[in-house]
Design a protein around this ligand. Structure first.
Ligand SMILES: [Zn+2]
Length: 499
């Protein structure tokens, strides 16, 4: 597929101000293809060059690096200080829904350090306020101040150009990276995992190659080296490529599990943790928001033959990434009677109103007229775990609904797969981090997200301990929701399918 970005100079300011070379025309510039083999062919989509350079700071924008993404770049003034940057569809696939378009990650070169620049990011597929981030070294990220970034009113998702985040800022350095939220690339994951190369508790294996780019999909097993009766916990993240919050949650959790303290020791002795921290590596590398390299949403494609009682294999139409995860982690987990799985966490991030805290999607409910005893048993297990996480995160988890429903049984979510195989024995549940203030008095930081991972470790530690804080909170049903800081927000659960 040809890779190009259209550089539109038709709105190149007032023509009288332009020099002759600024002719109003559309230029289609093919991506520069060097002699070296391209490592990220589909990610190397964008090289936007400002023609019509009337000042010394002829800013250019690029996204030809892992997880980089931007669509059409349009210069809006003669001085090169005002630009419009349209978000790109995953894989440039215009058939995808608007809500599959939320991510950008761009490098700006030759940025003015004397005058403020205005950058309007458009075609955002969601109508919630947020703050983008910037970095001068592509490592340390900062939020734009409230006065510097504004989600413009009047966004109508069906008319994508109306959904705009405008940034106006005098940058301190001529090179700046700007992203929708903290990037977390495949290289970031590999660098993090290298810290555990010599850990006696961490075993790292590749579970397969990503189908398009051939990148190894890493899985990590964390457990004490000693033998003994243990239970299993399965965790996977980054099914949706640019939902980066969960990567910081994974770091916080792994830090807790590998620490040489009483908690780490206890968890490693009692559990085997099987983790796949980056499920959709092609999507991550290619700068996609949601889908894999073939524009598939992996989240609802855990296709199995429901007519079979124990369909260990997925059906052939399930995407390769899910087949690999199933073959290497999930199927062995349900087949291993020695180490029964008790918890399966599916980590995501949700676009939501800025004050929405992290939340879970529990299933079923407690009404005996609607649910079997097994279904209600899973519901209770899920509520208990949610409350435990909240209790270890200063209550910064949204209250679960009064009834989780059974709709997930009609979809091919991974939780549907777990229910079909293991019913209430496995607490299979999705956790959604959020991008906003998330219950804090500031926009959520990477360390806030890592602390959520620590809270997961503490909640897991409480799962089978009758005297733990989390189980005590359930003793008095009338006070069970006291652990949550905020009242129930029904809107969070109104469209469960969108997570
Ligand atoms: Zn997601």
């Amino acid at each position: 597929m040809p890779s190009f970005v259209r550089i539109n100079t038709t709105r190149c300011g007032v023509m009288a101000l332009c020099r002759p070379q600024c002719s109003p025309k559309k230029v289609r510039k093919r991506h520069i293809q060097g002699n070296a083999p391209m490592k990220y062919p589909r990610a190397m989509l964008t090289l936007a060059v400002a023609f019509c350079a009337t000042t010394s700071h002829a800013t250019t924008f690029q996204a030809n690096f892992p997880s980089g993404s931007i669509g059409e770049v349009t210069r809006l003034d003669a001085d090169g200080l005002h630009w419009q940057l349209a978000l790109r569809d995953d894989n440039d696939n215009a058939a995808l829904p608007h809500k599959f378009r939320a991510w950008w990650y761009v490098r700006a070169n030759d940025v003015s350090v004397t005058k403020p620049m205005t950058l309007a990011f458009t075609r955002i597929g969601w109508n919630y306020d947020f703050r983008p981030v910037y970095s001068y070294d592509n490592k340390r990220w900062h939020y734009f101040e409230d006065g510097e970034a504004r989600f413009e009113p009047g966004c109508r998702i069906a008319e994508p150009d109306t959904c705009r985040m405008t940034i106006t800022k005098a940058f301190d350095r001529p090179v700046v990276w700007i992203a929708r939220t903290f990037p977390y690339t495949y290289a970031d994951l590999r660098a993090y995992l290298r810290k555990f190369t010599f850990s006696p508790y961490v075993k790292r294996v590749g579970i397969g190659k990503s189908p398009i780019l051939g990148k190894t999909i890493p899985a990590v097993r964390i457990a004490s080296p000693r033998q003994g009766q243990r239970q299993r916990i399965v965790i996977h993240a980054r099914t949706h490529a640019a939902e980066t919050g969960p990567s910081y949650v994974v770091e916080g959790l792994m830090n807790a599990l590998t620490r040489n303290d009483a908690l780490g020791q206890r968890l490693r002795d009692r559990y085997v943790f099987d983790m796949v921290p980056m499920h959709n590596i092609d999507g991550v590398q290619l700068g996609n928001y949601r889908t894999n390299g073939s524009s598939l949403n992996l989240e609802n494609r855990w296709f199995m033959d429901k007519a079979v009682a124990f369909p260990i294999s997925l059906l052939p139409e399930a995407p390769e990434e899910n087949q690999q995860l199933n073959r290497a982690v999930f199927a062995p987990a349900v087949s291993d009677q020695e180490t029964p799985t008790v918890l399966a966490l599916n980590l995501h991030a949700s676009n939501s109103a800025p004050n929405t805290q992290a939340f879970f999607f529990p299933h079923f409910g407690g009404d005996p007229a609607r649910y079997s005893s097994e279904q209600s048993a899973l519901w209770r297990k899920q509520l208990s775990f949610i409350r435990a996480v909240a209790s270890h995160y200063d209550g910064r988890i949204e209250q679960p609904p009064a009834d989780g429903g059974a709709g997930f049984l009609n979809s091919a979510f991974v939780e549907s797969w777990w229910w079909h195989h293991q019913q209430e024995q496995v607490n299979a549940i999705t956790l959604e981090t959020t991008y906003g203030r998330a219950g804090f008095d500031h926009w959520i930081t990477q360390d806030d997200l890592r602390r959520l991972g620590e809270a997961l470790a503490l909640a897991i530690d409480g799962m089978d301990r009758p005297h733990s804080r989390s189980v005590r909170s359930l003793d008095d049903p009338a006070r069970a929701n006291d652990v949550f800081r905020e009242p129930f927000k029904p809107e969070i659960y109104e469209n469960e399918a969108e997570h």
